[in-house]
Design a protein around this ligand. Structure first.
Ligand code: ARG
Length: 403
C-alpha cells in the first residue's frame, strides 16, 4: 500500500516543490491542507494548484472564526506581546495548523504530516510540539531540514517538475499573514540598521501619507474581549478586520524590533499588526481601571509568561491552561469602553469608562471636599517608610564608627 502524507500547503514555491519532492522521495500519496486564518489569499487558486501538482486530495479549511475565538481572544486577554512588542500573530496560528493536519491525517489514515518550516525558526517547534502532543504515533516530516536545496536548486527542481514559479519569486521577502498580523522577513530586512523599505508594507500606510485629521474609535470589551466598535456590535473576525483597516489607514501597526528566537538566534523582525496593537493597548488600559493594583502587577508576570509559552511552541502545555484559568478569572470584570485616537502613525488611549470601574472621583479629586481623610496619611507614611529609615540609620551609625 502506498504511504499517505498530509502536507501543510501554502501554494508558495517551497511547499509546491515539497509536494513533488515528497511524492518522489517517499513514494507517497500527498494530501494537501490549506487553512484560511484570514491571510487574504485565494484558497480556490491554491486548491487548484495542489491538484495540478498531483495532490491526491486537498482540504481547504475555513478556520477564521476558530482562530479568532480560540487563539486570538485568549491572546487579547493575556495582552500577549512577546518581548514587549510582537503580538505573537504567526505563533498563534501554528498550533491550529498542527491540529488540523493531525485531524486530516486521522481521517485519511495517513501516518505522517509534513510542513515547510526551516530548521532555523520557531514555526517548526510550534507545529511539531503540538502535532506530537496530539498524535505521538504520527511522524512529522520537515523537508526543508532534509533536502539541503539552495534557492537556485529549488527553482531548477521546480522547472524540471513543471511546478509553476510564482511571478514574484524574485521578491526577496518571506511573508506570513493571518487575521492578527503580517510578518515580513528576509532581503534587506536582515540588516537591522537599515530602515525597512516602504514596499514591504501592505496593511499600513506610512505615517507621512496618513490623513491629516485624527480618527477616534471606541472599543467595547465584555469579559475581556472586544465586542463592538463605535457602538456597533461585531462578530470576532469582522471586528478584527475592521480595526486592521481603520488603524492601518492611519499608519498604525508597524513593528520593527530585534527578537530572540527559541533556537538562540537574534533576528530583526518586521510586522504589521494594526488591530492587535490597538486592541491590546485599549485592553491594558481598561484593565488598569477595573483590576486592583495587586492583580495588575501579578498579571504582568502571567501575561509575559503566557506570551513566552505561546511564542516558544508550548500552546499545549498544561501550564498555559493553568495561566488561562487565572487570566479568565480576572477578565470577568474587564467590561467597558475605551476611546482611542489614531493619528499619523500614533495610537493613544484618550478615554475609558466602565460600570465596574475602581476609579472614584471622590477619592481622587484634589478638591478639598473629598472623602479621603488626609490625616490618616501621616501614620501610614511612618509605617511605610519604617524599613527604609531603619536601614539608613544603621548606615549612618556604621559610617560614624567606621565599621
Ligand atoms: N518571528 C516570527 C515568529 O517566530 C515570525 C515568523 C514568520 N514565519 C514565517 N514562516 N514566515 O513568530
Amino acid at each position: 500500500m502506498t504511504r499517505k502524507i498530509v502536507l501543510a500547503y501554502s501554494g508558495g514555491l517551497d511547499t509546491s516543490v515539497m509536494l513533488k519532492w515528497l511524492q518522489q522521495k517517499y513514494n507517497a500519496e500527498i494530501i494537501t491542507v490549506t487553512l484560511d486564518v484570514g491571510q487574504r489569499e485565494n484558497l480556490r487558486a491554491i486548491e487548484k494548484k495542489a491538484k495540478d501538482l498531483g495532490a491526491l486530495r486537498h482540504y481547504s479549511i475555513d478556520a477564521k472564526d476558530e482562530f479568532a475565538e480560540k487563539y486570538v481572544f485568549p491572546a487579547i486577554k493575556a495582552n500577549a506581546l512577546y518581548e514587549g512588542k510582537y503580538p505573537v500573530s504567526t505563533a498563534l496560528s501554528r498550533p491550529l495548523i498542527a491540529e488540523k493536519l493531525v485531524e486530516v491525517a486521522r481521517k485519511e489514515g495517513a501516518d505522517a504530516v509534513a510542513h515547510g518550516c526551516s530548521g532555523k525558526g520557531n514555526d517548526q517547534v510550534r507545529i511539531e510540539v503540538t502535532a506530537k502532543a496530539l498524535a505521538p504515533d504520527i511522524e512529522v516530516i520537515a523537508p526543508v531540514r532534509e533536502w539541503n536545496m539552495t534557492r537556485d536548486e529549488e527553482i531548477k527542481f521546480a522547472q524540471e517538475n513543471e511546478i509553476p514559479i510564482p511571478v514574484d519569486h524574485d521578491k526577496p521577502y518571506s511573508i506570513d499573514q493571518n487575521l492578527w498580523g503580517r510578518s515580513i522577513e528576509c532581503g534587506v530586512l536582515e540588516y537591522p540598521d537599515v530602515e525597512p523599505p516602504e514596499e514591504i508594507y501592505e496593511w499600513t500606510v506610512s505615517p507621512e501619507e496618513a490623513p491629516d485629521k485624527p480618527e477616534y474609535v471606541t472599543i467595547r470589551f465584555e469579559n475581556g474581549i472586544p465586542t463592538a466598535i463605535n457602538g456597533e456590535e461585531m462578530k470576532p473576525v469582522e471586528l478584527i478586520e475592521t480595526l486592521n483597516s481603520i488603524a492601518g489607514k492611519h499608519g498604525v501597526g508597524r513593528i520593527d524590533h530585534i527578537e530572540d528566537r527559541l533556537v538562540g538566534i537574534k533576528s530583526r523582525e518586521v510586522y504589521e499588526c494594526p488591530a492587535a496593537q490597538v486592541i491590546i493597548e485599549a485592553h491594558k488600559d481598561l484593565e488598569k481601571m477595573v483590576l486592583t493594583r495587586h492583580e495588575i502587577s501579578f498579571k504582568h508576570q502571567v501575561d509575559a509568561l503566557w506570551s513566552t509559552l505561546v511564542y516558544t511552541g508550548l500552546w499545549m502545555d498544561p501550564l498555559k491552561e493553568d495561566l488561562d484559568a487565572f487570566i479568565d478569572s480576572t477578565q470577568k470584570r474587564v467590561l467597558g469602553e475605551v476611546k482611542v485616537k489614531l493619528y499619523k502613525g500614533g495610537l493613544h488611549v484618550v478615554g475609558r469608562s466602565s460600570p465596574l470601574s475602581l476609579y472614584d472621583l471622590n477619592l481622587a479629586t484634589y478638591n478639598i471636599e473629598s472623602k479621603f481623610d488626609q490625616k490618616s496619611s501621616k501614620g501610614f507614611i511612618d509605617l511605610w517608610g519604617l524599613p527604609t529609615r531603619m536601614a539608613h540609620a544603621l548606615k549612618r551609625r556604621r559610617e560614624e564608627s567606621d565599621v
